[in-house]
Design a protein around this ligand. Structure first.
Ligand code: SAM
Length: 214
C-alpha cells in the first residue's frame, strides 16, 4: 500500500524546498494538508506528483509548487484576512486557512464550492467564508483584504481587486493570454501599485465580468 504521508513529505523536500520555497510556515502547511482529500478517488495515488490534476467541471487543482509559490508571495504572518478567487477543490483554501486569520473564498461553479465546503468542514476548518459567484468583482462587503490570491488566469489585472486591497496588501495573480500567463505580485502603497513578476505559469481562465468572457 502507498504511504501518502511519506510521499507528501518527499514532495515538500524535492518539489518545494529544493526550488525556492523558503517560508517555513508555508512548508509546514504543505507538509500537513492531505492533498489526496481534495482530488477525485481515481487520482488520489497521484496526489503528490509535480503537476496539476483534474477535479471535474473542466477545472484543476494546481501543481503543489504553484500553490506554494503563490502562498509564499502573500507574505502572511498569521493575522491576515485573505480573499481567494477560485476555490476549486479547496486545497489552496486549506493552506491559506492554516496561515492566516480569515479566508474569504469565491467560486463560480456551484458544484465545486459545495464539494470544497464539505471537504474543508470535514478537515475541521472554521475560519473560511464561502461565496458562490463571480470573484472578478471581489467581495466588496468584506474588503479591504491584506492579501488577494487569484487561482485562474486573467487577461489583465482587475481594477475591482486592486481597489479591495488594504494599504500594504498583496495581490497574487496569473495574467496573460488564455493558454500561458505570468504570475504577478502587486503591492499597494497608497494609490501606487508596485508590480513584480514571479514566474511563468499556465492556469484555467478567470471567467467573469472583469475577466475573460464566456
Ligand atoms: N486553487 C484551486 C485548488 O487548490 O483546487 C484551483 C483552482 S482552479 C485552477 C481555478 C478555479 O477558478 C476553478 O475552480 C474555476 O471555476 C474558478 N474560477 C474561474 N473564474 C472564476 C471567477 N470569476 N470567480 C470565481 N472562481 C472562478
Amino acid at each position: 500500500m502507498r504511504d501518502l504521508q511519506k510521499e507528501r513529505l518527499a514532495m515538500v523536500e524535492e518539489q518545494l524546498r529544493k526550488r525556492d520555497i523558503v517560508d517555513h510556515r508555508v512548508l509546514k502547511a504543505m507538509a500537513k494538508i492531505p492533498r489526496q482529500s481534495f482530488v477525485p478517488a481515481d487520482y488520489q495515488s497521484f496526489a503528490y506528483e509535480d503537476r496539476p490534476l483534474p477535479i471535474g467541471e473542466g477545472q484543476t487543482i494546481s501543481q503543489p509548487y504553484m500553490v506554494a509559490i503563490m502562498t509564499q508571495s502573500l507574505e502572511m504572518k498569521g493575522d491576515e484576512r485573505i480573499l481567494e478567487v477560485g476555490t476549486g477543490s479547496g486545497y489552496q483554501t486549506a493552506i491559506l486557512a492554516e496561515l492566516c486569520r480569515l479566508v474569504f473564498t469565491v467560486e463560480r461553479i456551484p458544484a465545486l464550492i459545495q464539494k470544497a465546503r464539505v471537504t474543508l468542514q470535514e478537515l475541521g476548518y472554521r475560519n473560511i467564508l464561502f461565496l458562490d459567484g463571480d470573484g472578478t468583482k471581489g467581495w466588496p462587503k468584506k474588503a479591504p483584504f491584506d492579501g488577494i490570491i487569484v487561482t485562474a488566469g486573467a487577461p489583465e489585472i482587475p481594477e475591482t481587486l486592486l481597489s479591495q486591497l488594504a494599504e500594504g496588501g498583496r495581490l497574487v495573480i496569473p495574467v496573460g493570454p488564455r493558454y500561458t500567463q505570468t504570475l504577478y505580485k502587486v503591492t499597494r502603497k497608497g494609490d501606487h501599485f508596485k508590480k513584480e513578476e514571479i514566474t511563468g505559469c499556465v492556469f484555467v481562465p478567470l471567467l467573469g465580468d472583469y475577466g475573460w468572457k464566456e
